[in-house]
Design a protein around this ligand. Structure first.
Ligand code: MG
Length: 276
């Protein structure tokens, strides 16, 4: 089986084999005119490499340009589905005004209309979390407005302290919230937020309705999204190694970037990627 389709590959995550990318692109393009896609893209670890801190990511000019082109190819059916707030996406992809499901779907900006709920009980607790973790300078508390994340990528020895602090906060706030774990990060978010539900909601209305959903992501928080799109007859695409509910796989964000650029100029056909 071709390496780019190999679910068990543990190839160098920094490597991009252009032959793999070209073969995958060709396989996708064969389906371009037959079935139309709605494309949902995670941000960190998918469109950009994960950085030591959330503020340290960089978006390549090619990614930004290809997203604008792809949105036109897909007649608007393209959205970023991320754990970050919408404001972060706007900061890293300025001027595109893309549809965004931020905060794992709690915040929505679709067709230029933004909906963002408030959670005052959580807001009051974030300063308490800051105080509790202030003795661990490598631990970053990220106030997302309607959620909070603790990152320990820079302080792996403090992982347990950070995890416990957020678990205690979850207990204080009660069942309206839930914890979700990512790569060196633990988040507390309102219990109603899931990327999968956000995708399902968007698929109910134009320009998404009637298309085949494709979701590309890299992390455990993307698994519900993979599950939903596969249930709907679409395609989940996992970036990188690891167990997943996605049926397809691409090795690195850099390889995805190659594909997005080519799809943007040559039309999109994503649905006949050979299964591993
Ligand atoms: Mg991600």
């Amino acid at each position: 089986m071709h390496r780019a389709f190999d679910r068990t590959t543990d190839a160098d995550p920094g490597a991009v084999d252009d032959r793999d990318v070209a073969a995958l692109h060709n396989a996708m393009s064969e389906a371009a005119d037959e079935r139309r896609c709605a494309l949902f893209l995670d941000f960190d670890g998918t469109l950009v490499e994960i950085a030591p801190t959330p503020d340290a990511v960089t978006v390549s000019p090619a990614i930004a340009a290809s997203l604008g082109g792809l949105r036109n190819v897909l007649e608007g059916a393209l959205a970023i589905v991320t754990g970050r707030p919408i404001a972060d996406v706007e900061r890293y992809l300025p001027g595109l005004s893309l549809d965004v499901c931020g905060m794992h779907g709690l915040e929505r900006r679709v067709g230029g209309v933004t909906v963002s709920p408030e959670f005052p009980d959580l807001s009051a607790e974030i300063s308490v979390l800051h105080d509790r973790l202030s003795d661990h300078p490598g631990v970053l508390v990220e106030d997302k407005g309607i959620g909070v994340a603790v990152h320990w990528r820079l302080a792996p020895d403090a992982a347990t302290v950070a995890q416990d602090a957020l678990a205690d906060l979850a207990r204080r706030l009660g069942p309206g919230y839930r914890i979700q774990d990512g790569k060196s990060v633990r988040e507390l978010v309102p219990g109603t937020s899931h990327k999968g539900e956000a995708i399902r909601d968007l698929m109910c209305d134009p320009p998404y309705a009637g298309r085949v959903p494709v979701f590309v992501g890299d992390d455990r928080t993307d698994e519900r999204g993979f599950e939903v799109v596969e249930e709907m007859g679409g395609v989940g695409v996992k970036i990188g190694p690891g167990e997943t509910l996605a049926s397809r796989r691409i090795d690195t964000p850099a390889a995805l970037e190659h594909l997005l650029v080519r799809w943007a100029v040559g039309g999109l056909g994503l649905l006949d990627i050979p299964r591993s």
